[in-house]
Design a protein around this ligand. Sequence first.
Ligand code: NDP
Length: 374
Amino acid sequence: YHQSKALTFSSFGEPADVLSLHTHSISPTLPSGSVLVRTLAAPVNPADVNTIQGTYGSKPPFTTLLGTPQPSAVPGNEACFEVLSVGQGAKGLQKGDWVIPAKTGFGTFRTHALVEEAEGKLMRVDREGLTPVQVATVSVNPCSAYRMLKDYVDLVGLSMQWYREGRDVSGGAWFLQNGANSGVGRAAVQFGKLWGLRSINVVRERDTPEETEKLKGELKGLGADVVFTEQEFLDRSFRDRLGELTRGGREPLLLGMNCVGGKSASAVVKALSPKGCMVTYGGMSRQSFPFPTGPQIFKRLRFEGFWLSEWGKENPEGKKKMIEDILNLMREGKFKESPVQQVEWNWETEEKTLKEAVQGTLAGFRSGKGVFVF
Ligand code: NDP
C-alpha cells in the first residue's frame, strides 16, 4: 500500500481553521483505467484560498473517497505530477511521465492521487528542460495573461496595422494592468514584450523607496515599458504622463486588465481611450468599483469579466496548445516563471506548516507565490 497524505476540508472557512492533514493508503492494485501519481510541486493560488473560504465561483463536491470522518474535498488546482503506475486500459501514459491536471478542480494539495477513469483528466507534458515548479505553475497564471492579451482587443493586429501604415510610432499597442507584480501580471509583461506590445504597469508601493525601485526594476527586467506605483497612478499627474506615453491618444490605450478593484479599477477606467475594454479577472483589494455612466457612454467603453476555468472547459484543445506554447517559451529561456516561496512537504512536515502556507496566500507584499514541493 502507498501511504498518502492530503490537505482536506469539510466545511468552508479560513484555511487555518478548516484544513486538516489526512493520512490514507492507496491499494497497489489499480482499478482499470486508473493512474497513480505522485506530486512533485503544487502552487497555492488566490483562487484556492477563495475556494476554501467558499467565496469562489465554483464549489467542490465533498466526498468520502479519502475516508475522512466527514465528507471532504482536497483544494488545489495546479500541480506537476509524476506517474507512478498505470492501471490496465489507461492509455497514453507510462511510469515516469510528468502530467498536469487537464481541468481545474483536481485537488492537488496531496502527496499522491489515485486518478480514476483518468482519460481526459491528465495532460502529459514533455519534461525535457523543465523543472517541476515551471510545469506546476504554467496552467493558471501564464494562461490567464495569454488569453486576456489575445481575446479582448486585437493589440497585435493593431500594432501591425500601425506598422503597415508606416505610422511614426515608437512601439506596439499599449495595454495597462494593475497588480502587475502578480503571477498573471509578470506573465502579461513577458507576453506583451514577446508579441511586440507595450505595457503600463501598476504595483503597490513597498515599505521603502529602494524596495519600490527594486520591484519596478524587476518588472522592467521582464520587459515592462513603464511601471507606476498605485499612488502615482491615482495622482492627478498620471493623466499627463499617460498623455505623453500615448502621444495624446494617437497611440490609444485600448486594454486595461484589473485584478485589484476599488480605486485602482476606477483609475483603469479613467485611463482607457475611447472604445477601450477593461477586463476584470480578480479583486485582490476586496473592493468593488462603480461602472461610471459618463465614460461608458461617451467613451463607449466595454467591461468584460474573465474566468480561465470556463474558457478551458470551452476550449480544451486550445488550452493544450497554449500550454505547449508556453512550456516551449520556458525551454527556450524566453519566459520566466514567477518568483516562488518553496514550502517543503515531506512525510514529517507538520499540518500547521502546510496550513499556514495556504493561509498566507492573500497576505500581500510577498516575495513569491507559495509552492509545495515534495
Ligand atoms: P499572486 O499570488 O502571484 O500575487 C498576488 C497579487 O495580488 C500581488 O500582485 C499582490 O500585490 C496583490 N495583492 C495582494 N493583496 C492585495 C490588496 N489588498 N490590494 C491590492 N493588491 C493586492 O497572484 P496571481 O497572479 O496568482 O493572481 C492575481 C489575481 O488574478 C488574483 O486576484 C487571482 O484570483 C486572479 N486570477 C484570476 C483568474 C481568472 O480566471 N479570473 C486566473 C488566475 C488568477 P503586493 O505584492 O503589492 O501584495
